[in-house]
Design a protein around this ligand. Structure first.
Ligand code: TYD
Ligand code: MG
Length: 457
C-alpha cells in the first residue's frame, strides 16, 4: 500500500519521507500513514489553508455596509404598495395570473410610465407578434418611442440584447415559453422554467436590472412550475379577476422588500387598467338592501383596512351528511365556529347545510372575521336580516370569549368613512379616549352578547 507521512509535532502532511519537517523544523518527526488516511488529512489541510487565505469571508453582520433600496414608482400607487413602496432596482418580480387577467396590459402600461422617467425599458414577448403588441400599446396610449420590443424565446440571446441595449427595466412575457441552453428539457417544463428564471435573476443582480416575469397559472391556481419559481424571485404576485369581471386584484404571496397580504385593485376599461383607490367602495357596492345571512366586516389587508361582506346560507339538510362549504375562509375554522355556536348559544347546525362566501373573491385567514361570520350564520338560521349600516369585527375563542383585533380604531374609522352608523367590536378594542362623530360603538365581551343585540328583535 502507498505510504504518506505526517509530522508528529505539527500534523503537516508529506507525500515522501524527509528528515526535517518543513513547517515546524523538528527533526525525525515524520511518521508513516496509509494513503486513505492521508487523503482525508490532505483535504483538511487544504481546507485549513483555504480558510487562512480567505480571512474576511466570515464577517460580523455589523461590518457589512447597508444601504436603502432604490425604488422606482410604477405610476400605479396600488401596484407600488403591493411591491412594498415601488419597484426595487435589481429585483425580480413574478406576476402570475390566468390568461386574460390583464398581466400584459398592466406591464405595458407600467413600462410606458417608467420610460417617461427616462429609464431604458425592454418588453420581451414570445406569445404575441410585434403588431399585436403595438396595437395594444396604441389602445393604451403607450405608443412610446422609448419602449423597445423584442420577440425571442432564447434566454441567452435575450440576455445579450438586454445588456447591449442597457435596459434597466425588462418585462419577460411569459417565462413558460422561454428556454435556456443550460437545460435539456422541453420549453415549459419545470426544469426549463426554473433555469430560465435563475439565469434572469443572475443578470438582474449582477447588472442591477429589474425584471417583471409573467407566469401562467395552472387550473388549480398555482403558478406553473409549482413553487419552484417563487424561490427564485424576490417578489411573487398573482393577478386575478374579481367576481365583478371589470375588476382585477393583485396580491403578493412573497415579497423580500415589503409585506405580503397587501392587495391592489384595478378596473379594466377599453383603455387599459385604472387603479381603484377606494376598494371598500367596490366590495360593498351591492350592499344596499337588508337581507338575511349577510354582515359587513373590516379586514386588515397588509397596511390598510378593507370592508367586505360575509354571506352565509344555512339551509335544511336533505341528506345524512350536512355540507359545509366555505369560499375565501378556512373551512376548519368555520366548523369550529359552528361548534362554538352550538355549545355556547345552543344553536344547532348539525341538521343544516352551511355555505359561506366572502363577497368579491377576497380570501383571508384573519380571525377578526369570526364575529361577522357568526352573525351572518345566525341571521341566515333565524332568517332575520342584520342591519347593513353596522360593521362587526373580532375573534371568537373556544370558550365563547370575544378577543380583540389589531388596528381596531383604523377599522372603525374606515367604516365611519363609508357611512356606517354602528360598530360591534370586542370590549378590549374599545378606547374611551377615541371619539367617533357619526358611528355608535357597541363593545361586547362574549359570544352570548351577540344574541342579546337589539337587531334580532
Ligand atoms: P391581457 O393583458 O392580454 O391579459 P393576460 O396577459 O393576463 O393574458 O388582457 C386581456 C384582456 O383584457 C382581454 O380580455 C381584453 C381586455 N382588455 C381591455 O378590456 N381593455 C384594454 O385596454 C386591453 C388592452 C385589454
Ligand atoms: Mg399576456
Amino acid at each position: 500500500m502507498k505510504k504518506n507521512y505526517i509530522c508528529n509535532e505539527c500534523d503537516s502532511f508529506y507525500y515522501k519521507w524527509q528528515g526535517q519537517c518543513g513547517k515546524c523544523k523538528s527533526w525525525d518527526s515524520l511518521k508513516e500513514v496509509d494513503a486513505s488516511i492521508s487523503s482525508s488529512v490532505d483535504k483538511v489541510q487544504n481546507l485549513r489553508d483555504f480558510m487562512i487565505s480567505s480571512e474576511g469571508i466570515v464577517s460580523s453582520i455589523k461590518d457589512i455596509p447597508t444601504k436603502e433600496h432604490v425604488r422606482t414608482y410604477t405610476g400605479f400607487s396600488e401596484l407600488d404598495r403591493v411591491l412594498g413602496g415601488g419597484l426595487v432596482d435589481g429585483s425580480v418580480i413574478l406576476l402570475g395570473g390566468s390568461p386574460g387577467a390583464g398581466k400584459s396590459t398592466l406591464l405595458l402600461q407600467v413600462l410606458s410610465i417608467i420610460s417617461n422617467y427616462g429609464k431604458r425599458v425592454l418588453y420581451v414577448s414570445a406569445e404575441e407578434s410585434r403588431h399585436q403588441i403595438a396595437m395594444r400599446a396604441k389602445r393604451l396610449g403607450a405608443l412610446n418611442d422609448n419602449i423597445k420590443i423584442l420577440i425571442e424565446t432564447n434566454i441567452e440571446l435575450i440576455s445579450h440584447f438586454i445588456l447591449e441595449n442597457k435596459a434597466e427595466v425588462v418585462v419577460i412575457d411569459s417565462i413558460q415559453v422561454m428556454n435556456t441552453s443550460s437545460s435539456n428539457s422541453i420549453s415549459g417544463s419545470v426544469s426549463q422554467v426554473r433555469e430560465s428564471t435563475n439565469a434572469l435573476s443572475r443578470i438582474a443582480k449582477q447588472n442591477n436590472i429589474s425584471f417583471f416575469i409573467v407566469g401562467h397559472v395552472t387550473k388549480d391556481g398555482s403558478l406553473a412550475g409549482p413553487k419552484v419559481l417563487e424561490h427564485c424571485v424576490d417578489c411573487s404576485m398573482i393577478m386575478e379577476p374579481m367576481t365583478d369581471s371589470r375588476f382585477r386584484m393583485i396580491r403578493a404571496n412573497k415579497n423580500r422588500f415589503g409585506r405580503v397580504n397587501e392587495i391592489g385593485i384595478f378596473a379594466m376599461d377599453e383603455n387599459g387598467l385604472k387603479e381603484v383607490k377606494n376598494p371598500s367602495g367596490i366590495f360593498l357596492q351591492n350592499n344596499n338592501v337588508n337581507v338575511s345571512g349577510s354582515s359587513i366586516t373590516a379586514l386588515w389587508q397588509g397596511s390598510r383596512p378593507l370592508l367586505v361582506e360575509v354571506q352565509s346560507l344555512v339551509d335544511k339538510c336533505l341528506s345524512n351528511q350536512p355540507r359545509r362549504l366555505s369560499i375565501g375562509f378556512d373551512s376548519n375554522r368555520l366548523s369550529m365556529l359552528l361548534a362554538v355556536c352550538h355549545r355556547h348559544l345552543k344553536l344547532l347546525f348539525s341538521d343544516q347545510d352551511v355555505f359561506v362566501n366572502i363577497v368579491g373573491g377576497v380570501k383571508t385567514d384573519e380571525t377578526s372575521l369570526d364575529m361577522a361570520l357568526v352573525i351572518s350564520l345566525i341571521s341566515s338560521l333565524k332568517n332575520k336580516p342584520f342591519p347593513n349600516d353596522t360593521i362587526v369585527f373580532g375573534e371568537i375563542g373556544l370558550s365563547g370569549e370575544v378577543r380583540p383585533s389589531p388596528y381596531g380604531q383604523e377599522r372603525i374609522r374606515e367604516a365611519e368613512k363609508h357611512g356606517f352608523k354602528h360598530a360591534i367590536i370586542p370590549m378590549k378594542n374599545f378606547d374611551k379616549k377615541q371619539i367617533f362623530k357619526s358611528i355608535e360603538i357597541i363593545s361586547i365581551n362574549n359570544i352570548y352578547d351577540i344574541l342579546s343585540l337589539p337587531f334580532w328583535k
